[in-house]
Design a protein around this ligand. Structure first.
Ligand SMILES: [Zn+2]
Length: 419
């Protein structure tokens, strides 16, 4: 087996790993770099020379495995020639389809072939078994890949402190003897000391914050971070408030509702709001049907204002227009529950913060990351004891040598023969 990390050997995001054996070649993830901007020309972000070689027919790809529906793992899949088969988990395929409707890049849409947890399938001379992992993305997988008598496991992104934490121990004990472990290391280096709360611990903190708040509780969290939405819903129920989501979040929850028992717009203690600019954007994109779907579960802004002190509301910077127009914000708490790095690049997020500062809104940060702590990474490596450990998805790959055995550092583009 031959391995090339085209991107991700020394950075978080933009993962793209090539494996080849005999006449078969597969790719693991084709992600956008994290520092790329949404309106960038995607061509500028392609891992090269890989894409040129594919286009010129120098390299033939038999299949592309997408680990999960985060842009830094799948964002360039639509730039591949359409005859290359793409594979993903079923819920990830639904999430990617929904995202592509709302944020149409100049990339072609694609329809992946679907795989299921622990159902082995073949691509050319590779045997592939997906393993569901705990991550902030719903339906995330690592892949056990076997060829020529060698076993390699690619972790994708994972953690052991989310709502699916129990599958971490099962995973590390179920995997066979590995020749190679390609392991993500987002938290290696300066972030090693960060405390990673479990979602349950986070829920307790939310309950406390809601109870301390006399007015509305506004929370900024990703509509696709289902673990977090469940945490918020549970904390809201325990505080006997209504949970207010927007129609896009309602659509995400509905499309994933067939895979898990997760909160739905139709539930008694949930209401759906319609932020003006977001509604106009959906209408412009021809997605009026999504707006109309949740009208019977809707709540209007005047009613929301009347019951400000009885709700927990999921918000995004784009809601500022309606927040300014309708809310008094007395006794309000705003909880930021996402990666703090967005403050560096997101102008509208900073506008929202400035507005809240002006209104003397209490601001809190309550978040836990999607990536395994150093302790959990060490536990995984110690349990599996691979012959070779290759770091990926890390800004500090060289630091793996401090805490792990059999580390093999590679550079982006370096060809590594696995014997
Ligand atoms: Zn991810």
């Amino acid at each position: 087996m031959k391995l090339i990390i085209h991107r991700g050997a020394h950075q978080v995001g933009g993962n793209c790993v090539e494996l080849s054996h005999m006449d078969s070649t597969i790719l693991l993830d084709v992600g956008l770099p994290l520092d790329s901007r949404f309106d960038d020309d995607p061509k500028l972000n392609l891992p090269q020379p890989l894409f040129d070689e594919i286009r010129q027919g120098i390299k033939k790809i038999n299949g592309v495995l997408l680990s999960h529906a985060h842009m830094d793992h799948y964002g360039l899949a639509g730039m591949l020639p359409p005859d290359i088969p793409i594979y993903s988990g079923p819920a990830s395929a639904d999430l990617m389809e929904l995202t592509s409707k709302i944020n149409p890049h100049n990339m072609r849409p694609f329809t992946p072939s679907l795989f299921n947890d622990r159902d082995t399938f073949r691509i050319g001379s590779f045997s592939i078994t997906p393993y569901l992992v705990d991550h902030s993305a719903f339906d995330a997988y690592g892949f056990l890949i076997s060829a020529g008598g060698k076993n390699l496991f690619y972790t994708g992104d994972f953690r052991a402190h989310g709502r699916k934490m129990a599958i971490f121990d099962k995973l590390i004990n179920d995997l066979p003897k590995l020749n190679v472990l390609v392991m993500e290391g987002t938290m290696i280096g300066p972030r090693s000391d960060e405390i990673s709360l479990t979602e349950e611990e986070l829920e307790e903190k939310f309950v406390q914050l809601i109870q301390e708040t006399s007015g509305i509780v506004m929370v900024s969290a990703s509509s696709q971070n289902i673990d977090r939405l469940v945490t918020l819903f549970k904390a809201t129920m325990r505080s006997e408030r209504l949970f207010i989501i927007d129609f896009y979040t309602a659509e995400v929850l509905e499309s994933l509702g067939k895979y898990a028992n997760i909160p739905q717009a139709s539930w008694a203690r949930i209401r759906v709001c319609y932020p003006g600019p977001l509604a106009r954007r959906f209408e412009k994109l021809g997605l009026k049907n999504i707006l109309e779907k949740y009208l019977q579960d809707g709540i209007n802004w005047r009613k929301l204002r009347e019951i400000e002190d009885k709700v927990v509301m999921l918000i995004r910077p784009g809601f500022l227009f309606n927040i300014k127009k309708f809310f008094g914000l007395q006794g309000t708490t705003w909880v930021y529950s996402m990666w703090p790095g967005y403050f560096k690049t997101d102008k509208r997020l900073n506008e929202l913060r400035t507005y809240f500062e002006g209104k003397e809104v209490r601001m809190e940060y309550l978040h836990t990351g999607g990536h395994a702590t150093k302790e959990d990474l060490v536990k995984m490596a110690d349990t599996i004891n691979p012959s070779m450990l290759i770091p990926v998805h890390s800004f500090h790959s060289e630091r793996f040598q401090d805490d792990f055995n059999n580390v093999r550092l590679v550079k982006d583009g370096e060809v590594l023969q696995i014997d």
